[in-house]
Write a protein that binds this ligand. Structure first.
Ligand SMILES: [Zn+2]
Length: 229
């Protein structure tokens, strides 16, 4: 992400910008980071500051592989919409990262059960004041083709906040096979892909548990979307 932001308009003709939002467990992220390392891929891992995700040893391991580390912030939802407290907390959490790794970019955690969108902080404050160069939703161009695994499948309708604000048309894919086909077809030249390491399982048992959880969560989310509209 930092590389993308720093490139400005000097981007390559074809590229994939890949980001991982580490919501649940640092261990899952580590597994995926290793797989990418094997394929020579560098991506960005955004960590929440919760106990299971903010694991300094793992964060440093992933950084050593050549991946970028980012901060998955949710301070406005954590402080229930108190902007002053939220920006103080943001500053503290930025320091937490800077003690253990480089930090240049951030990504909002779309806390589904909270009515606060932590990106709203930037209506009153500027993340650049914290030495940061980019925010994963706000610092990307509208011509990027955004693909996220939030919800079920790709770019699901059960998705409250995970899209680029103001961007309307986007390439549509349903399954991961479709996405692979689209990449191979060279029909579009850029891909901005967001993955959640906890959504990718390697055993049938893991998958079954995950589907049950998702089913419960998505029915809750659908209600929220209906209410807010
Ligand atoms: Zn998240």
């Amino acid at each position: 992400m930092a590389e993308y932001v720093a490139a400005g308009d000097k981007l390559p003709d074809n590229f994939v910008l890949m980001r991982h939002d580490v919501d649940v467990s640092a261990k899952n992220a580590l597994k995926i980071a290793r797989i990418e390392e094997e394929f020579g891929i560098c991506s960005t891992y955004y960590f929440r500051t919760t106990k299971k995700t903010f694991v300094p040893e793992i964060i440093q391991d992933i950084e050593k592989m050549g991946h970028e580390i980012g901060y998955h912030y949710e301070t406005l939802s954590k402080t229930n919409g108190d902007y002053e407290k939220a920006i103080k907390l943001f500053e503290n959490e930025v320091h937490k990262f800077r003690k253990i790794c480089n930090l240049k970019t951030i990504s909002m955690h779309g806390a589904v059960l909270s009515k606060y969108d932590s990106r709203d902080l930037w209506k009153y404050y500027d993340f650049r004041d914290f030495g940061l160069i980019g925010e994963a939703y706000l610092s990307v161009a509208k011509n990027l083709n955004y693909f996220t695994d939030t919800g079920r499948g790709w770019n699901s309708k059960n998705n409250l906040r995970d899209f680029i604000p103001g961007k309307t048309e986007h390439a549509f894919v349903e399954t991961t096979d479709n996405l692979i086909e689209l990449i191979e077809s060279s029909q579009i030249s850029n891909f901005y892909i967001t993955l959640h390491p906890n959504r990718w399982k390697s055993t049938v048992f893991d998958w079954s548990l995950w589907w049950l959880q998702e089913l419960a969560l998505n029915s809750g989310k659908r209600v929220l979307i209906a209410v807010r509209r």
